[in-house]
Design a protein around this ligand. Structure first.
Ligand code: NAP
Length: 269
């Protein structure tokens, strides 16, 4: 029996169990993926407790992606941005499959030589910025809290051309960016129905990617469509980061469409 799960706080609305259980069933693997709400001061107990119980792996979500790094050895992208979303509990190795998720989501657009604005410098922001740098873009990270944004850029600039820009002055970038990425919770269900940049900034932007996936049609996606931008939905990143985590734990490349259908079904409830 394969035991998998996700830890976060809160975790109630996670669609990862639906997505992974559908993949387990589709691949004929006897296993289960469960969501666990873990109080922030019990993170260590949760990780080592799951290992002791024989869990094969865990996904890690808000607010633990950065704090969990002290319990695992960091691999590849996780080491580059000190952010983990997937743990192999047998080897105690932490991975970041969000970066892969972003690359897969954006794979339909040539990003070499483009200038991308990433709003947000948390786990999703750093993953999106690293993916875009790897794809050859120049990246501008705009963040509400300047110190956190600058810290992220300090880490990211080793991997390409990356600069910090204060979110309060983002309007000055109007006409200067080809890609806009929202990596803040703005637009998420239960959060402010706002968009992270002044709407007129989207004029002339080639591609808008919203990492927020609930709802699918976020205020940013709606505005971007209205202004003729190509859009990429957060669900694409979600499904591909999940598929890569599944592959790390099982050695099997799952059917992404099966995972996407399950995620969409779960999001409708
Ligand atoms: P996080 O580490 O908590 O970072 C949140 C970021 O959003 C920070 O940069 C924060 O700025 C900024 N922010 C929060 N509230 C804001 C506001 N009212 N105005 C402007 N900026 C604000 O969270 P995360 O893990 O990066 O996740 C961020 C979002 O990404 C989530 O809400 C989720 O929807 C999405 N996400 C999607 C996927 C996917 O697979 N599609 C995966 C992960 C996350 P400060 O530094 O100033 O606090």
């Amino acid at each position: 029996m394969l035991y998998l799960g996700v830890i976060g706080y809160p975790i109630k609305h996670s669609v990862s169990p639906a997505m992974h259980n559908a993949a387990l069933q589709h691949e004929g693997i006897e296993g289960i993926y469960l969501a666990f709400e873990v109080k922030p001061d019990r993170l260590r107990d949760a990780v080592f407790g799951a290992k002791a119980l024989g869990f094969r792996g865990l996904n890690v979500t808000i607010p633990f992606k950065e704090s969990v790094v002290e319990f695992v050895e960091l691999e590849g992208e996780a080491a580059k941005i000190k952010t983990v979303n997937t743990i192999d509990l047998v080897e105690m190795v932490g991975y970041n499959t969000d970066v892969y998720g972003v690359k897969a989501a954006l794979s339909g657009t040539e990003l070499g030589g483009k200038t991308a604005l990433v709003v947000g410098a948390g786990g999703a922001g750093k993953a999106a910025a690293l993916a875009l740098l790897d794809m050859g873009s120049t990246v501008i990270v705009a963040n509400r809290t300047e110190e956190k944004g600058r810290e992220a850029v300090e880490m990211l600039r080793r991997y390409g051309e990356c600069i910090f820009w204060p979110l309060s002055r983002v309007e000055e970038l109007k006409g200067k960016v080809d890609v806009v990425v929202n990596a803040t919770p703005l637009g998420m269900r239960g959060f402010k129905a706002e968009i992270p940049v002044p709407p007129s900034m989207l004029d002339g932007v080639e591609l808008v990617f919203d990492t927020v996936y609930n709802p699918m049609e976020t205020p940013l996606i709606r505005e971007a469509k209205r202004r003729g931008c190509k859009v990429v939905y957060g669900i694409e990143m979600l499904v591909h980061q999940g598929a890569k985590a599944f592959e790390i734990w099982t050695g099997i490349e799952p059917d992404v469409e099966v995972m996407k259908e399950a995620a969409l079904r779960a999001l409708r409830f």
